[in-house]
Structures are given as structure tokens and as C-alpha cells.
Design a protein around this ligand. Structure first.
Ligand code: SF4
Length: 168
């Protein structure tokens, strides 16, 4: 079967199935449906307040000031932690990377993060970003009832274990 025809048939089937389920009033809707569809991609839903806060997360100008004094922690992490700037730039902007970013954060005490925020020339809310990362990583990792063991692929089983690195 040609690929284009197969895609059209699959889309048609999905639309009809969705319409049928909605007509019957069965199936999940709202946040529950969102989580069912996107938790596997590590994309947790965000609240109105979180969405508003996120608009201030992209202010970083990549100056590197917040990485001053981090060499020892970076070396000790054996690759798990690449500095605060990397967390703000990469981890803070990509939800699927929040688990890795949360693990990174295990190497930096919150008091250090707070001092970085004070020194940041762009007034990036670093502390707020790091808390958001931790909360969202834990949300996807813990709050979803895990599927039955027989339904899980090995990669899913690994995903459900949130490793946040050593205690700070
Ligand atoms: S978070 Fe602030 S200090 Fe760190 S790299 Fe971005 S702008 Fe510079």
C-alpha cells in the first residue's frame, strides 16, 4: 500500500474513532487525556500561572556569569552537570529534558542557585526555573499510575525511575 494512502486511512480512522468516542461520552478528556497522550513524551501539562511564569524563562543571554566557580562541581558530576547556564538554556526550555536537568541540579545547592540569580545581569529567574524543572520532572515521573508491568517496554521502566543525583 502506498505510504500516502496508508497515512490518509490512518488519519481517517483516528478522526472517526475520536468522534465516535466523544459521541458516546466515554474515554478521557481534558488534563487526563493530555496526560495519557503526552506523559510518555515527558510533556506534563502546565497551569495558567505556570504558563505565565514560563514567558520569563527565556531571558538568558548566555553570558556565562552563572558558571563562574562551577568547575569543581562540573568535574565531580562526571558529565551529569554542565553548569547552571546549560540548565537555564537547554534544560529550562525543553520539557522532555527536565529529567536530565533535574539530575544535574542535584549537584548544585539551592543557596548557590540563589546567589547566581542575584549576579545574573539579565535578571533571569534562575531559582524559579530550577524549581519548575524539579517539579515538572517529578510530576511526570511519579504522579502517573504506572502501566502494568507486562505492558511496559524496558525503556518505559527506566523512565519511571527518577534519579535526581546526589543530595546537595
Ligand atoms: S542565566 Fe543569567 S548569568 Fe547565567 S548565562 Fe544566562 S544571562 Fe548569564
Amino acid at each position: 500500500m502506498p505510504g500516502r494512502l496508508k497515512a490518509i486511512l490512518l488519519l481517517t480512522w483516528a478522526v472517526l474513532r475520536t468522534a465516535f468516542i466523544r459521541l458516546l461520552g466515554v474515554g478521557r478528556a481534558g488534563i487526563a487525556a493530555f496526560r495519557e497522550n503526552y506523559d510518555a513524551d515527558r510533556l506534563p501539562p502546565v497551569s495558567e500561572a505556570e504558563r505565565a511564569a514560563m514567558s520569563g524563562f527565556g531571558r538568558c543571554i548566555a553570558c556565562g556569569v552563572c558558571d563562574r566557580g562551577e568547575a569543581e562541581r562540573i568535574a565531580r558530576s562526571a558529565g551529569a552537570y554542565r553548569g547552571v547556564m546549560a540548565i537555564v538554556l537547554a534544560g529550562g526550555r525543553s520539557m522532555p529534558d527536565f529529567h536530565a536537568a533535574a539530575k544535574s541540579l542535584g549537584f548544585v545547592p539551592e543557596s548557590v542557585i540563589r546567589s547566581k540569580e542575584v549576579d545574573c545581569p539579565a535578571d533571569v529567574p534562575i531559582l524559579q526555573i530550577t524549581r519548575f524543572i524539579r517539579e515538572k520532572a517529578a510530576e511526570v515521573g511519579y504522579s502517573v499510575p504506572p502501566p502494568a508491568v507486562s505492558e511496559k517496554r524496558p525503556s518505559d521502566q527506566a523512565r519511571l525511575v527518577v534519579d535526581t543525583g546526589p543530595a546537595s
